[in-house]
Design a protein around this ligand. Structure first.
Ligand SMILES: [Zn+2]
Ligand SMILES: [Zn+2]
Length: 343
C-alpha cells in the first residue's frame, strides 16, 4: 500500500485538480520508481519517459520531480500505460507497466454511470454517485499490493535521453515570436518559425514562382570575429580567424567520422548577421574607388542567398566538432555543411 501522507496526497490532488483512479495509480508508479532509484529529482537527477498522457503523469511530475518544464519528462505519444524512470548518475532505470484491470472491473450499472458522466449528460445525483465510486476505486488502488497493480522491470544501463539543452531564443523574421535557435528554419535571407515558413513559401510561390529551399543548420561557429567589428559597406573584405571552433550539433556528429588532422575542408556557413539588402551591383571589397560589379563576381556576404564557402585546415578534432584555421565566418554563424576541399 501507499506510504504517502494525507497532506502530501492533498497537495498532489490540488496540483492535478481531482482525486481519481489514474492519479492513485500514478502515486503507486511514483513510489515504485523512487523505491528503486532513491530520492526525488530536485533538478535533472531522474528522467521519466512516459508513453501516454494521462492522470498518472501528473503524479510522476509531482512526486518524482520529472517535469515538462525542466525537460526531464519526455512524452512519447504511444498511448501505452508504460512509464520508464531512469537515474542519470548510473543509468539504472525501472520500466513500470500498469496491469490490466481484471478483477477490478465495473458492474454494468457502474459502466453505464461512467459513460453518462463522460458523455456529459449525467444528472447531478449521478455525478455524485460517480464521485463516490471513483474515490473508492482510487482508494482501493492506493491500498492494494503493488504486484497486483504494476509490472516493475529493472533495467541497467538504460540509454538515457540527452540532458535538456538550454539554448538561446531568437526572433522569427515573420512573426517576431522568440523561437529556440535550432528550430528556426532558414529560407533565403530570413529565418522563420515553423508556421511562418509555410506562409512565406506559399507567398513566394504565388508572387515570384520561386520556391525557397530548405537548408539545415548542422552547427555553429565559435571564434573571436564579432559582427559588430565587421566592415559595414557591401562587399567589404572579411577577416579570417586563425582558430575557429566549428561546433557540430549532436545529431550530426557521426558525420565527422573519417576527417583527419591537417585535412582541408570546405565549410559552408550562413551570413546570418548580414544586413537585409543585397544589391546586385557592389564595389569589390567595399572599395568605392573601384567600379561596381555584379554580386555573382564577388565574395561579398550581401547576396540573395547569403551563404559563405571557405576552405579551411583542420587543426584539431574535438568531441563536439572541429577546430579550423582560416575561417572568415563571424562568431555565431550557422554552419550548413562541411565537405572535403578539392583543388
Ligand atoms: Zn485524474
Ligand atoms: Zn513566426
Amino acid at each position: 500500500m501507499t506510504e504517502l501522507t494525507a497532506p502530501r496526497l492533498n497537495n498532489l490532488v490540488a496540483f492535478h485538480g481531482h482525486f481519481c483512479p489514474g492519479l492513485a495509480t500514478g502515486v503507486r508508479v511514483a513510489e515504485a520508481a523512487l523505491s528503486a532509484l532513491g530520492t526525488r529529482a530536485e533538478d535533472e537527477e531522474l528522467v521519466a519517459v512516459v508513453e501516454t498522457s494521462n492522470c498518472v503523469v501528473d503524479a510522476i511530475q509531482f512526486l518524482v520531480g520529472c517535469t515538462y518544464g525542466k525537460g526531464n519528462l519526455i512524452h512519447l505519444d504511444h498511448g501505452k500505460n508504460v512509464f520508464t524512470i531512469a537515474r542519470r548518475s548510473d543509468g539504472k532505470a525501472v520500466r513500470i507497466a500498469v496491469k490490466p484491470v481484471t478483477g477490478r472491473g465495473l458492474t454494468s450499472d457502474q459502466q453505464a454511470l461512467v459513460a453518462r458522466v463522460r458523455g456529459g449528460d449525467a444528472t447531478e445525483k449521478e455525478r455524485q454517485q460517480f464521485g463516490v465510486l471513483w474515490e473508492a476505486r482510487g482508494r482501493a488502488l492506493l491500498e492494494m499490493p503493488q504486484e497486483d497493480l504494476l509490472d516493475v522491470e529493472t533495467l541497467e544501463n538504460y540509454a538515457l535521453p540527452e540532458r535538456a539543452v538550454i539554448e538561446p531564443s531568437e526572433s522569427c523574421d515573420g512573426c517576431s515570436v522568440q523561437v529556440m535557435a535550432s528550430r528556426l528554419i532558414t529560407l533565403g535571407r530570413r529565418r522563420y518559425c515553423v508556421t511562418c515558413q509555410i506562409t512565406h513559401q506559399l507567398t513566394c510561390l504565388a508572387e515570384h514562382r520561386v520556391v525557397p529551399l530548405y537548408v539545415t543548420q548542422i552547427g555553429v561557429v565559435e571564434n573571436e570575429l564579432m559582427p559588430a567589428d565587421a566592415p559595414s559597406s557591401p562587399g567589404s573584405a572579411r577577416a579570417r580567424s586563425p582558430r575557429s571552433r566549428v561546433v557540430v550539433h549532436e545529431a550530426y556528429r557521426k558525420g565527422l567520422e573519417g576527417l583527419a588532422l591537417g585535412q582541408m575542408v570546405d565549410v559552408l556557413f550562413y551570413f546570418s548577421k548580414a544586413p537585409a539588402e543585397a544589391p546586385l551591383l557592389q564595389h569589390p571589397r567595399g572599395d568605392r574607388t573601384v567600379p561596381k560589379r555584379g554580386v555573382f563576381t564577388l565574395r561579398s556576404p550581401h547576396r540573395p542567398s547569403p551563404i559563405g564557402l571557405t576552405a579551411v585546415e583542420i587543426l584539431e578534432l574535438v568531441p563536439d566538432g572541429l577546430v579550423v584555421a582560416g575561417l572568415d565566418a563571424w562568431h555565431g554563424s550557422p554552419v550548413l555543411d562541411i565537405k572535403p576541399h578539392k583543388d
